[in-house]
Every structure is written in structure tokens, then in C-alpha cells.
Ligand binder design. Structure first.
Ligand SMILES: Cc1ncc(COP(=O)(O)O)c(C=O)c1O
Length: 468
């Protein structure tokens, strides 16, 4: 078989590998792909569908685990004779396998937050106030950069909590990092090469590619992005997550911060995009101030989001522009309309103004810290089977499993036990053998009361037994 044509939708929540797995599985069941057919190689199918090889690998791995295909070492994957599979009922309506085929009971996806502690009553009050008849003007289009009241609250918050120096005029509000990053790419005008962390936040990689920008991956170690490697590269823009590197959790060390700022000052086209996505939640030591506050030359574009601190569905994020780029913004985006509904912006502004945002953060910090402590305590019961890192901040940590299987295989094993946990491979831009055994454990969405049992379930899926 030359190729497999499937429509995969990057916009929906279902991971691409699940969509691909479900599509191939349906084709096998419906006999569109015949027994003994050889599936395309992972590389070819990945190129053809414009997805990563890891995505194809995960889909093939799941089909293999469920017996739809068999693997011949160094030859490829072949379709099994499904007549011999007792559990495939050709008459069942479930032939139209939905992409949601795999039921997830425990989700360690890092995009989840704690939904049990949201102050619904307070939020409802401010939302109600915002749609009051007295605020009829909110029915009309507002400021392109976002409501001034909200930008003012954000500027105050950033100064007090993150050491970011900016005025409301420098802030641009939009519906998510995904929507704002392409704007930044446009603002930077020239052709650039974007340095991205490896491993890193996969979404940014897609965005830079979709915007036809070149990218270069830069290694990450315990001190964050390797600035020596950055200096040796041809990168002109560096995208970094200095306060809590995604996904390793490393914090960019003080000396590397200075080196990074020096890298930016040595060329007028160089800029740093600082993604400060989850810095509200730091559990040990003092909060780490943002890089933007150290920048004397207007080289840092600071960005953050309310996706972690409040809720990902709110779709409110923002960036802070240095003066030179603000001028370009004012010329380039004078036709623009802000993408966030004004009523939501006013609700959030009032929520912040009356101190509820800080209160909520303090409360959530305690909850996430307790969850984290429980995770650490529970893993300790399994001796040296699991090594944890990146647990000083945020809602995810990295675990290294001392297991004969690699992280990709372990994540598949977890999936067959209805547990979703991603291998760090999913976040690698280029292969890096240092991360063969590492997985990303997001704990935001697991209720506190279920943390210990969820860790036990994961350890059980990996075949680990308690040692204490
Ligand atoms: C590194 C990083 N940046 C930004 C975000 C937030 O993105 P958005 O504002 O589009 O929800 C996330 C969310 O998971 C993230 O992990």
C-alpha cells in the first residue's frame, strides 16, 4: 500500500494519534485495508499527512497493542487477519469507531486545571454586572488591544507579582497564546529563524511552521535553554519558558538569563519571546521574577495567559510589547478588532480589581501544592522506580521511569489501562535520547482525593509494586 489518506483535525481536542488510530482501525474493520497489507512506513505517512512521526508511531503502537496489525522487525507493520479476533463484531454499530474510542479514566494531560475550586458565585456576580443595561455600550466593539480597565489590572498585577515593567498601552489582549503568537510573528516582520526549546511546547512549533518561519531546536538541561547552543545557532528570535520550562520544569538560571539578554542585545533584529504561562504557581523559594523586568533594551516580548490561573476555556491571554514593536503594532494593526468578548474582559477586570484574582491564586496555589506533595509521597512508596523533576512550580512535573520499556511504550501501556500520560517524546522537536524514559505528568485536573489512587493505578499499569 502506498499511502493512507485520512482527514485529521488539529483543531479538536482528540489527540492526532487517537484520530489516526481510529481511522486506520475503521478501515481495517470495514475491509478498506486488506489482511496482510503493509502499512506505509511511519516516516512516509508522517510526511504525507503532515504530522509528526511520533503521532504515527503512537497510532501504530495502539493498533499493535490491540492486535489489528503485527510488526515484523525491520520490515514494517502488516494488517492482521481480523476474522481471528474474537472481539470484532462486524455487525455492531460501533464499526463507525469514534475518535474518542479510548475511554480515559485518569488523565495526566498537562492542559487540565482543578475544576472543583472555581469561585462560580463570585464570577457569576461580575458576569451579571457586566451584562447590566447600564453597560449597554459593551454591546459595541471595544478597544483593539483589549479593554483599558483589564489592561490596567494586568499591568498592576504584572508589576507586583512578576516584576514586569509596563503600561496598559503596551499590552495586547487576545484569545490565547495560539492566537497571539502569529500576531507577534507578523510584527517581527523580517524573515527570522525561531529558536525553540527541545523538548518544548509543541503548539509553538506548529505555529511558527504554519507562519512559514524557520525554526532551530535548542537543547534544554537542568538550567533551562542552552544559551551556548543558541549563540552558535543562526536563530534571531528565541522563544523561551524561563520561569518553568515546558515540559521539563527547569528554571532558567540567573547566569543564563543574563547570557540570553546579551544574545538579544548583540543584534538589532534579535528578540526574546518570554512565555510566562504558569508562573503564578511556584511552591518552593521566592517567586522568580520575569526576564522582562531585567531587560533594559526593549528586547523581551512578554506573554502570559489566564488558561492556567483561571480556566483554559476563558481564552484570554496577552502580550506586552517593547516600545519599538508597539510602534509597529500601532501601524500594522489599526484595522484590528480584539478577539475576546468585552463582557468577558469586564468580568475579569472587575474580578481582579476587587482582589478576587489574588485570592483565587492563593487558594489554588495551596491546592496544587497539596496535590504535588501527595504525588511525591506516593511515588516514594515505589522506591527508586520513579525519579521526579520540575516539581517546584506549575501543574505538571516530569517523571523518569526505571523500566525496561521506554516512555512511548509505557504511555501505551497506561492507555490500555485507561490512563493518559504523554511521553516527553511528544514534545521533542528533534530526537534526544536523554528523554527516552521520561513522561509528563500533569496533575491539575486530578481531584485531590484521587491523587494517591491515580498514582497507584499508573504504577500498577507499569507493573511496579510498592516497596514501602
Ligand atoms: C507553554 C505554554 N504556553 C502557553 C499555554 C497557554 O496557551 P493558551 O493561552 O493558548 O491557552 C500553555 C498551556 O498549556 C503552555 O503549556
Amino acid at each position: 500500500m502506498d499511502m493512507l489518506m485520512f482527514q485529521l483535525d488539529k483543531a479538536i481536542h482528540t489527540p492526532l494519534y487517537e484520530q489516526l488510530y481510529a481511522a486506520i482501525k475503521s478501515s481495517i474493520i470495514e475491509r478498506k485495508i486488506q489482511t496482510n497489507d503493509k502499512l506505509p512506513s511511519k516516516r512516509k505517512l508522517a510526511d504525507f499527512l503532515n504530522i509528526s512521526q511520533t503521532t504515527v508511531e503512537l497510532a501504530y503502537g495502539q493498533l499493535l497493542a490491540e492486535g489489528y496489525v503485527l510488526s515484523k522487525p525491520r520490515v514494517g507493520y502488516f494488517v492482521e487477519d481480523i476474522d481471528t479476533l474474537a472481539y470484532v463484531d462486524m455487525e455492531e454499530p460501533s464499526q463507525n469507531i469514534s475518535p474518542e474510542a479510548v475511554q480515559i479514566a485518569i488523565d495526566f494531560n498537562p492542559g487540565q486545571i482543578d475544576t472543583q475550586s472555581f469561585p462560580f458565585t463570585t464570577w457569576r456576580k461580575y458576569m451579571k454586572d457586566s451584562i447590566d443595561e447600564e453597560k449597554a455600550e459593551l454591546l459595541l466593539v471595544g478597544n483593539a488591544q483589549g479593554e483599558y480597565e483589564l489592561r490596567q489590572e494586568i499591568a498592576n498585577y504584572l508589576y507586583q507579582s512578576r516584576g514586569v515593567q509596563c503600561s496598559p498601552e503596551q499590552i495586547v489582549i487576545g484569545s490565547g497564546t495560539e492566537q497571539l503568537l502569529p500576531m507577534i510573528v507578523q510584527l517581527l516582520e523580517n524573515e527570522h529563524t525561531y529558536a525553540i526549546e527541545n523538548p518544548g511546547y509543541a503548539t509553538t512549533h506548529y505555529i511558527f511552521k504554519q507562519q512559514h518561519q524557520s525554526t532551530v531546536s535548542i537543547s534544554v538541561d537542568d538550567d533551562g535553554m542552552d544559551i551556548k547552543e543558541l549563540n552558535q545557532s543562526n536563530a534571531t528570535i528565541a522563544y523561551v519558558t524561563p520561569s518553568h520550562q515546558f515540559p521539563t520544569g527547569a528554571i532558567l538560571s540567573a547566569s543564563r538569563r543574563v547570557q540570553l539578554l546579551n544574545w538579544a542585545s548583540k543584534n538589532s533584529h534579535h528578540y526574546i519571546i518570554e512565555d510566562d504561562y504558569d508562573s503564578e504557581f511556584r511552591y518552593t523559594g521566592k517567586p522568580i521574577a520575569a526576564l522582562q523586568g531585567m531587560d533594559q533594551e526593549g528586547k523581551v516580548i512578554y506573554m502570559s495567559t489566564f488558561s492556567k490561573s483561571l480556566m483554559p476555556s476563558l481564552r484570554i491571554a496577552y502580550f506586552v510589547l517593547p516600545p519599538k514593536l508597539l510602534e509597529i503594532y500601532n501601524e500594522m494593526y489599526n484595522y484590528y478588532t480584539c478577539t475576546v468578548p468585552r463582557i468577558d474582559q469586564h468580568t475579569l477586570a472587575r474580578f481582579m480589581q476587587d482582589g478576587h484574582f489574588s485570592k483565587h491564586l492563593n487558594r489554588m496555589r495551596k491546592i496544587y501544592r497539596r496535590k504535588l506533595e501527595k504525588i511525591v509521597t506516593q511515588f516514594k512508596l515505589y522506591g527508586d522506580k520513579i525519579i521526579i523533576s520540575g516539581e517546584q512550580a506549575g501543574m505538571h512535573l516530569m517523571i523518569k521511569a526505571n523500566h525496561p520499556l521506554n516512555a512511548l511504550e509505557l504511555s501505551q501501556l497506561a492507555l490500555t489501562n485507561s490512563i493518559r500520560i504523554a511521553p516527553i517524546d511528544n514534545y521533542l522537536v528533534t530526537n534526544h535520547s536523554d528523554y527516552n524514559q521520561h513522561l509528563l505528568l500533569g496533575f491539575g485536573g486530578i481531584p485531590e482525593s484521587k491523587i494517591s489512587s491515580s498514582i497507584d493505578a499508573l504504577m500498577h499499569a507499569f507493573g511496579f509494586k510498592k516497596e514501602y
